[in-house]
Structure formats: C-alpha cells, structure tokens
Design a protein around this ligand. Sequence first.
Ligand code: RB5
Length: 149
Amino acid sequence: MKIAIGSDHAGFPYKDPIVARLKERGIAVVDVGTTSTASTDYPLYAFRVADAVATRQADLGVLICGTGVGMSIAANKVHGIRAAAVQSAFAATAVREHNDANVLCVGSRTNSLAEVLSFVDAWLDATPATGERHAKRIRMISDYEGGTK
Ligand code: RB5
C-alpha cells in the first residue's frame, strides 16, 4: 500500500505526524509537499496527490489544508478521484464504506491533530465500498464523469 500525501501551509503542521502514523501502519508514503508554513496555494498539492492516485502511482491520497474543503474541491477535478473532506471519525469510515473515497481531506483549523489521526485510522480500517447498492451509486458518478480511467 502506498499513500500520496500533501498539504498547504495551514495543513503543514499536521503532515509529518500523519506521515509517521502511516509509516507505523507499514504504509509507504510519497510526500508531495509543502515543506514549511510559508504561504502557498492548496490546489498545487491537491493536484499532485490526485494525479498520483489517478495514475496509480499511489493507492490512496491524504490532503490537509485549513478545512480540508479547498483540497477536496480541487482534487475532485481530477478524473477518477473521489475526495472527501471529513470532520468526524464517523464520516471518515462512511466515506470509505459508502463512497469508496480514494482521497481523504482533513483540516488543521477544524480538528485537533489527535482527531485527524483518528480519522486517518478510521478511513484506513474501514472496508472499501462493497455490494451492489454502493457500487451502483459510485458507477453513476463515474459514468457521469465519462467512465473509469
Ligand atoms: C489557507 O488560508 C486556507 O484557505 C486553506 O488552507 C484551506 O482551508 C482552503 O480550503
């Protein structure tokens, strides 16, 4: 399992702790930046992570900004990406089980680091969407987008 991770300046303080958590879980990590709290633009990192997942260079992606929302808006522009911004462990589980979210977006200004680490764990521990009920809905999205890449 390989995960691509990226953040902007707001999310940067959470990035290394999340990388450490992923490595503890035996996951290989590709860090696409940013590398400091100097102001930068979240779409840059959202597109890098989303492209890595869409081209199968990574299995999944994690993005961190102030709220997770800007990252999810940008990442969802990339074909084949289902990016979900979550603010609870319940949502982190649900977006994997129901929506097969392949990119998890979290916010450093909306949740504590401990909460965000629990979201990452919940998302990874959840079983990706199985069964026709969820598969059909995910297919509807993919068909609208123009088919799975
Ligand atoms: C940066 O100030 C902030 O706008 C960004 O991190 C993010 O929250 C956008 O959605």
